[in-house]
Design a protein around this ligand. Sequence first.
Ligand code: SAM
Length: 206
Amino acid sequence: MAILYRSSLLYHGLMTAVYHVHRRERFREVAQWVPEGAEVLDVCCGDGALTGYLDSSVRYRGLDQSPVFVARARDRGREVEHFDLRRASLPGSQVVVCQASLFQFYPDVDEVLGQLFDAALQRLIISESVKSLTQSRWSCLSRIVAWGTHVEGMTNDHFRFCPEGLDRLFHPYAAHLRHAREVCGGRDWLYVLDKQPSRGIAREEI
Ligand SMILES: C[S@@+](CC[C@H](N)C(=O)[O-])C[C@H]1O[C@@H](n2cnc3c(N)ncnc32)[C@H](O)[C@@H]1O
């Protein structure tokens, strides 16, 4: 079946299990880097829940390949469109956001990060997990989570970044790095890249 997440319900159950209150914390952390009045493109946006954390002046547009999430987002009045990042080119946007999603494109993560960076006219905000139940020592749990979060095109359902791997991924963008630190109790790393090269501010808090 081409539906990318097995079901919206299972996905939300898994995300809740994985993140608890941290998911809200992640949205808040990301939202504080979105300037008031900005145009935001949220790539791999899921059901577009980030909108609830943005200032009302922000113009939000979410893209996701899952028809389930797109339908769910639209039911909630959110501006979310169907889009497959593996097949189509991203439109440009003042701010581009991508949360908890890069891992799905392994091993093509450098290329996908490049696409996101090119689409960001002013700022790129990435939050990526470095801890996942897919790496649980309980193989049964790890398999269920890997199964539930599988999407079309994924070559390794268990792949997740480690902090060092993310560091290497962002290394070519060091001149653009405005902010990098762990969030959500160390589950995610948040990266903020400005198109206008920063003064070399790297990893503020390690
Ligand atoms: C782990 S979820 C993260 C959702 C959301 N960003 C969040 O933080 O709640 C990953 C999302 O990426 C989407 N996705 C996976 N492959 C995609 C692709 N090729 N193009 C667009 N979206 C994709 C999935 O449908 C899913 O909604």
